[in-house]
Design a protein around this ligand. Structure first.
Ligand SMILES: [Zn+2]
Ligand SMILES: [Zn+2]
Length: 407
């Protein structure tokens, strides 16, 4: 039997998931799924359990590898331009080099540490730990030099100033007196008291006649959970399966079984592929909600109980978050709420963070406000939200920028 491998040159491939260590590629002509030979040595030595199946990012489907390792598959081996896929800004991955070269660093560190272990089989735990720390540094140094000599990725990201200018964001310049000894983020003096930058901006907006509430992302997750649990946890969705997780609000309870929640969640929940796969059901559900747009608050209250498990899963279980979600229903137009639901549904894991710090409202007007204290910078999630807001959400938004007042 002739295999696809023998008749097809796999001239054009797509990577199933750029976030996997050993990446899998699908040939666009013959459909074969394979890995690149340049990853073979490392893969066989350290990640042999990751060589048979890949997880497609868009759909979270597990895809079997049909053709093992093949030569010249990845963009680097083909001398094609490399797309950067930086890892998220999380603890331990704070520098750009660590975010952009996460995969190269992992390969380098792992190899160096394993080589050391092989050469020093009788080392004590302390010696091993010290050596592994040293290999981490050596790996980082090597990657930094490599980047300096011939950069693999373009690491330039738009700066805060560029975002503000390009996206045409309103900036509210405020001048505040900072304390010398800030405690728990309370860095500003107001009326003889130390308060946080957010609190300072609240006070300022209130003095201009606005009502102000702290917002951030969780009230949006509550809104999402309440209005969409019936759609997402739909038992007729063939990709729904039972998930089990710890209750978010029951840390102190010592009875193990009471602390677990079992509920339905689709395998591709939160991915771009979910929205594509369920497009018809999503449209139907959102249309139904928009037909009842005058009763959104009633619907919200009615669905609080039913949405409890999904909101637990999303960490949107607190009464405070529900209250703020409910407040949004009184401030924003119903159709805007539906647009927000659609936006979150489109790519939940990329859209659920970065929402602004505050919501200010008066009469028929409202404004979302991101507070930036003097040397505080926008995070990547916030930058992404700002760009997406400008392109699709169109919510009124401003940055309140605090400047140190000279005393
Ligand atoms: Zn092929
Ligand atoms: Zn390669």
């Amino acid at each position: 039997m002739q295999t696809a491998n023998e008749v097809c040159a796999h001239a054009k491939v797509e990577c199933l998931n750029q976030h996997e260590l050993i990446r899998k590629y699908r040939c666009l002509s013959c459909g074969a799924v394979m890995m690149c030979r340049c990853d073979e040595k490392f893969g066989r030595r350290f990640l042999s359990h990751q060589l048979d199946v890949g997880t497609e990012l868009k759909t979270q489907r597990r895809v079997p590898v049909t053709h093992g390792f093949q030569p010249n598959i990845c963009a680097e081996c083909r001398n094609e331009p490399l797309e950067a896929h930086p890892a998220a800004q999380i603890y331990g991955r704070t520098t750009k080099i660590k975010r952009y070269y996460w995969r190269e660093l992992f390969f380098e560190e792992t190899t160096l540490a394993a080589d050391w272990d092989e050469q020093n089989p009788n080392a004590t735990t302390n010696e091993r730990l010290a050596a592994h720390n040293a290999t981490k540094e050596a790996a980082l140094k090597k990657i930094k030099e490599l980047h300096k000599k011939s950069p693999k990725y373009d690491m330039s990201e738009p700066s805060q100033a560029e975002i503000i200018k390009e996206q045409n964001i309103g900036v509210l310049d405020l001048y505040a007196q900072y304390t010398d000894k800030p405690e728990k983020g309370k860095a500003i003096l107001w009326d003889g008291k130390a308060i946080s930058p957010e609190e300072f901006v609240c006070q300022h907006l209130k003095s201009e006649g606005w009502c102000v509430e702290k917002l951030e992302s969780t009230p949006l997750h509550a809104l999402f959970g309440v209005f969409l649990w019936l759609l997402i946890q739909d038992v007729t969705d063939p990709m729904n399966r039972i998930v089990c997780f710890g209750r978010r609000d029951n840390w102190s309870n010592s009875k193990f079984d009471v602390n677990l929640i079992q509920t339905f969640l689709p395998e591709d929940f939160g991915c771009e592929g979910y929205a594509q796969r369920r497009e018809a059901e999503i449209t139907e559900h959102l249309n139904w909600i928009s037909e009842h747009k005058d009763d959104l608050i009633w619907l919200f209250d009615y669905w609080i109980g039913g949405s409890s498990d999904l909101r637990q899963y999303l960490w949107a279980h607190r009464a405070e978050d529900l209250n703020k979600a409910r407040l949004l229903l009184t401030i924003m137009e119903p159709m805007k709420i539906i647009e927000i639901l659609q936006y979150l549904l489109n790519d939940y894991w990329h859209h659920y963070l970065g929402w602004p710090d505050l919501i200010a409202y008066r009469e028929d007007d409202y404004l979302l406000v991101e507070v930036k204290s003097s040397n505080d910078k926008l995070s990547n999630d916030q930058k992404r939200w700002i760009i997406n807001n400008r392109n699709c959400l169109h919510l009124p938004f401003a940055i309140a920028k605090l400047h140190k007042m000279s005393t």
